[in-house]
Design a protein around this ligand. Sequence first.
Ligand code: ADP
Length: 463
Amino acid sequence: MKKRNTVLVLGIISILILISVQVYIIRGIWKQKDEMLYLRYRSLSQEAVGSLRGQRSLDVYDTVRFILNKYSQQVIKELTELKDEQKLTSKKKEILEYFSKVLNQEQDLSGFLSSYFDKMGFEKDFNHRIEVTYLDIIGLDTFKIYQGESFRSRPPPTREGISTALKGSKSSILVNWFHLEDNNYSLSFDYNIDFSDKQKMILKETSASLAMSIFSILVVVIIFIITYRNLREEKRLSNLKTDFINNMTHELKTPLSTITVAGKTLEMVQIRSNDSKILETAKLIGKQSVLLNQLINMILEISMWERTQFQLDKKTVEIEELMNDVVDSFKSGGGNNASINQKYNFSGAKVDMDVVYFTTLINNLLSNAVKYSDKVPVIDIEGFTTDKNICIRVADNGIGINKTDQKHIFDKFYRASTGNIHKFKGLGLGLYYVKKIAEAHGGDVTVSSKSGKGSIFTITLPH
Ligand code: ADP
């Protein structure tokens, strides 16, 4: 038990370590892909902006220039007339917002970049974000509308109005900062791109490694489960074998010690002079020898079945007649204290079967019904035919079998936990025999039972 738990704990720890290592590796790959994607799109967007410089005829801010120029001419008058400081501040805020709105809505750079990315075979869908970093409205006086923190640390704008891209954050790429100037305004702004489905793109690129990791974890988990189950099964079988040896020793010892005591009795002078005592003791020795022989034969036979196929010596018999014979001889033997009721509806069915094995099968069921009973045993035997089969049901009023044991009672050497109490002697072979015999005849055996409520065994055999 301890060893099994250690194996389980060690296995789970190894799997957890494996999962952590895989998660660590995947995180590394993810970060690397993220970085690569960022660098790729950054250099690509710079390339695109560079090519824009070459195409002088193409000004992506034509519309913007036109709108802002008209707007500046209009606001310069308002600004000049405004004397109230508070109103002036709110006007400046309004101007900044308007510039931002026009820049975001009217520029053509996004369209240009998108088709450039597409042409280069990259994902073309992205969101842009334009941030004004510097704005002056110029008339007779210059009105400083806004100057962002980042603007102060930048190199002065070039004459073309397009500067080199600076560092962007990981979630967005700063493509470039631009400077636009006209009669009535001087404006600088940043153009950023935001990939809407950046995570999806990385997922697509890492999917192969991800699938391999998941697959390897699954394989290890499956191998672990199989190994652990085998270990448990081996442990169960080894326990069964140990129990079997204990039970067998116990079973063999009983007749042997009876024979030994009987032998000693025969040596006594007062017994030797009493003929009826001698006869009684001899009969006892004979009975115990038969029992011993039966036990040894059963064990030998089972080890022979392991190596060779079941050899059946089939005869055609009328099943009802055979059942009556088997039950009658059981009643006069081990079942004399039980009340046995029979109800057959075989309609004269005849079956090809090995009579000796079939008798053993029914005897085992009946003796179990008597053995595993805590009151006067009442056994109901029912028999009937269906289209293809004959069915025999043996129902008892015994101690019953719980659900867990029901799964195993037909296994070799298996004894239900109550079965190991020496009150119920046995080797765990009776039902294994029953199952083997039924199967050798092309049939089967099933059980239905409830602890404390008795059991019903059903045999089906083809006819
Ligand atoms: P054995 O009787 O030698 O233990 P069997 O193979 O005949 O071996 O039975 C296996 C186990 O099934 C028994 O240990 C017992 O616990 C349970 N069993 C079998 N028949 C009955 C029954 N009629 N009622 C209750 N328990 C039963």
